[in-house]
Design a protein around this ligand. Sequence first.
Ligand code: C2E
Ligand code: CA
Ligand code: CA
Ligand code: CA
Length: 284
Amino acid sequence: AKHEGKGRWRCWEPDRAAREVTRQRLATTMRPAIEQGEFHLEYQPLVDLRDGALRGVEALVRWNHPRLGRIAPSVFIGLAEETGAIVPLGRWILTEACSRAAEWAAAIGRECPFLSVNLTVRQMWESDVVRDVLRALEVSGLPPALLQLELTESDLLGDAGRPVEALNELAHAGVRIAIDDFGTGYSNLAYLSMLPVHALKLDGMFVQGFGTTDRSGSRNDTIVTALVRLAHSLGITVTAEGVEREEQVSGLRAADCDLAQGWYFARPVSAEDLTAMLLRGTPP
Ligand code: C2E
Ligand code: CA
Ligand code: CA
Ligand code: CA
């Protein structure tokens, strides 16, 4: 700690140093950790708001570190972006998720839910993401129409133009494109008419506002209803994220939202649990 005069001590520096050491250590162990099988995927259901059917699953990566235990993706994805480890990690995620989804498709046939996989901006720039995706589809045998890729608005629009070409190629191959965390980034929606977007994932922020009776609550409902109507008029489906409560479900239904994802329906589960869920035909 550093003395700061008037008897006040600032204690954040050793803390920050320790965090930095942990960060460095995590950063250097990430690549070998991929080969050593320390990462695994969980899958969270996306449920149809009309009939409760399971329409899709989002793959969410987990790191079980041998000494540090479970590390949250909100910690290591950013680190993987900074160090470039996102490229091999992202490739592993795509391959692993697509091969699971192909097994599910083979087991349950026609009504199989789609698989949704998160991509980051560095993956778009640094790897040949189109080749990686097409290879994962080919190796697994998963039909392209059963794969959705999630990108955030800022990832797509932050640095001018290039990823657009990759998106067009992927969409052309039959893969669905979703905008993740929709509504938290850009206020200019013109890109929706220029990019091959199939789905919007409405950020949990909007969902939280449902079921409150004050003025801000009713404004929230109005905004969500308008966003859903806009999306539908462009042929885009809407998934609401972070749905935790009954009144949010009814609010989203009233707004004509298509799909919902959140703890109210199901937490992210292991591949084995999802297999059991799919064979039963319903979320838990
Ligand atoms: P995201 O893509 O917005 O994923 C949704 C997050 O919300 C997940 O957190 C999920 O577990 C959590 N969640 C689901 N339902 C609820 C709910 O009802 N209430 C609340 N409060 N949270 C809910 P998770 O798994 O910790 O992932 C955090 C973020 O890390 C993700 O946000 C995504 O940006 C990133 N991430 C996770 N897996 C991957 C991956 O495989 N690849 C990449 N590139 N990023 C990933
Ligand atoms: Ca996501
Ligand atoms: Ca999201
Ligand atoms: Ca997010």
